[in-house]
Write a protein that binds this ligand. Structure first.
Ligand code: A3P
Length: 324
């Protein structure tokens, strides 16, 4: 096993600590980013279905014309805000961008309007212009138990390769990750860079779901009825979709099809960085579904998680779906 490269980090709870993190995200640049009124921001807590939405939204915006953009790297079609604006300042971010097939010198200004930009950052670190210009925000929330399992796989895999480690102690069993998930203090810096706990991230947008520029979606609702979700998204984006386009996109974005799609799997990244065949190693299209957590949580872990969950959600009417 390669030796882990340890990056010294403190708890990441505010802008200053993000700035001190291994990824030197350019927070001022991000806050000051010139948002356009027709920009679309795709916001998620990591492992909530970002890759899925990165595949869906561009095809909705181009009317289901799959061939036109199917080979464009996912991170060029829908770039990460925090990486696109920080890559000149940080060698590690530059490396991540290059692994995701983002060309050198790529700029968000290179995108054709409407630009679709994704991010895991929590609201307070986002461009001021989103609020000022009322740019569209699509937020996807997934139940936190499945997120914890998904994060476990991703983090463990990265640590085994010595990537993005904040600690020299690799993740052992699921319990290690579960604890870190509840505290949002991960051993890998790639998971979430701003110290947000799941509920802090999700509730910020749940509480704004009635604002005209916000569409709040649940991953599990998409699993249940993808065609209804595609129509909901296209209506929100004022992008007309024919019945045949809905059909085409739902096929193209199905788990089964995405599992064979090198662009969605980020095949080059997987083979270069994680090793193995991308359909087996890709953490971006891994197992999917709702309720897989039941194979990982013990009864005691589940009870402990539920206690945290009840406390997190005690003032909220958001109800998540934990199994289908
Ligand atoms: P699992 O690890 O539980 O399988 P993100 O893109 O935010 O990192 O989220 C990754 C998760 O979304 C993974 O979850 C992945 O399998 C799931 N996912 C990706 N494409 C999907 C699809 N077409 N349908 C359902 N889930 C999908």
């Amino acid at each position: 096993m390669p030796k882990a490269t340890v990056v010294q980090l403190k708890d990441m709870v505010d802008a200053e600590t993000i700035a001190k993190s291994g990824l030197r995200l350019s927070l001022d640049k991000i806050r000051d980013f010139q948002v356009r009124g027709d920009d679309v921001f795709l916001i998620t807590y990591p492992k909530s279905g970002t890759t899925w939405m990165k595949e869906i939204v561009p095809f909705i915006l181009n009317g289901g014309n799959i061939d036109e953009i199917k080979d464009t790297p996912a991170d060029v079609r829908v770039p990460y805000l925090e990486f696109a604006l920080s890559s000149d300042d940080d060698e590690r971010v530059k490396q991540i961008q290059s692994n995701f097939n983002v060309p050198k010198g790529f700029s968000l200004d290179d995108l054709k309007p409407p630009r679709t930009i994704c991010t895991h950052l929590r609201r307070e670190f986002l461009p001021r212009g989103i609020e000022e210009k009322r740019a569209k925000v699509i937020y996807v929330a997934r139940n936190p138990k499945d997120i914890a399992v998904s994060t476990y796989y991703f983090s463990k895999m990265l640590m085994e390769k010595g990537l993005g480690c904040r600690s020299s102690e690799p993740y052992g069993d699921f319990n290690d990750l579960l604890h870190d998930f509840l505290e949002a203090e991960y051993r890998t810096q790639t998971v979430v860079y701003d110290g947000s706990k799941w509920h802090e991230h999700v509730l910020e947008w749940w509480n704004r779901r009635h604002e005209g520029n916000v569409l709040f979606l649940k991953y599990e609702d998409m699993l249940q009825d993808i065609k209804a979700s595609l129509r909901q998204i296209s209506e929100f984006l004022s992008a007309e979709l024919s019945t045949s386009a809905v059909e085409k996109i739902s096929n193209h974005c199905s788990f089964k099809t995405m599992k064979k799609n090198r662009v969605a799997l980020k095949g080059d990244y997987c083979e270069k960085i994680l090793g193995g065949k991308s359909e087996e190693t890709s953490p971006f299209v891994r197992k999917g579904g709702a309720g897989g957590w039941k194979n990982y949580f013990t009864v005691a872990q589940n009870e402990m998680f539920d206690r945290h969950y009840r406390e997190w959600m005690k003032d909220s009417d958001l109800e998540m779906t934990f199994e289908l």
